[in-house]
Write a protein that binds this ligand. Sequence first.
Ligand SMILES: [Zn+2]
Length: 263
Amino acid sequence: MKNKENLIKSIFKSRTIFKIFKIPVNIHPSWYILFILFTFIIYYDYTSLIFESKSIIKEILLSATIVIMVFFSLLAHELGHSLVGMRYGIKVNSIVLFIFGGIAQIATEPPSPKAEVLMSIAGPIVSLIVSAASGLFYLLFSFFEFEWLGSLFFALSSINLGLALFNLLPAFPMDGGRIVRAIIWKKRKNLIFATKYAYISGRIFSFLLLIIGIVVLFKENYQGLWFILLGLFLDRIAIFSYKNTLIHQKRYNSEINPEERMQ
Ligand SMILES: [Zn+2]
């Protein structure tokens, strides 16, 4: 358990590549594994099928370009969360890109359920906008028969749509799960209570993902392995986020006197 927590903590300690809106953008070494793996998967399942090996080098280059664009899509998604959070005075320590996507590392919990909803929805909204814009570029390039550019933007549009929808699933600590937490938080006026329920939803979802992964792996193809790893990771991060909320809340309660908290 400790080692697994250290693994999550190590994600936050990755190397800063550049800063955007004063937020350090970090790349965890596992991102490079994703880069190679994803380039291969996109080549194998997408570009090689579309172009039927007109030029293998060109197809691999196109696949790698798609993965680099995915990097910026993830960054845009996390920036959506971060910029709304910063408007609410929340400090964003870093944005980390790693094998399972991106994470904005924020220093504190959102100040209110409303802030939590707006912060959580901002990421998927950015992904939906990127998806729609990429869709338009796809139509434009296809119309003028720029096949390669068309397929680049088609992939981007689909990936960003998938990113928005997947993140909106009601499983804490993903965006949808955070929205569920905010709704319970508002109703019960208790962040710990809300986090506990949202956390259970997150663990159930991770378990379902694990089962789906096992079924896909044995009945369909290797991609089931991805769901298994993602399920295991989400389960860990749900536990980690739940514990973090408890720690933050304890600190918050001890720092602020009861009268101040009442206001
Ligand atoms: Zn998100």
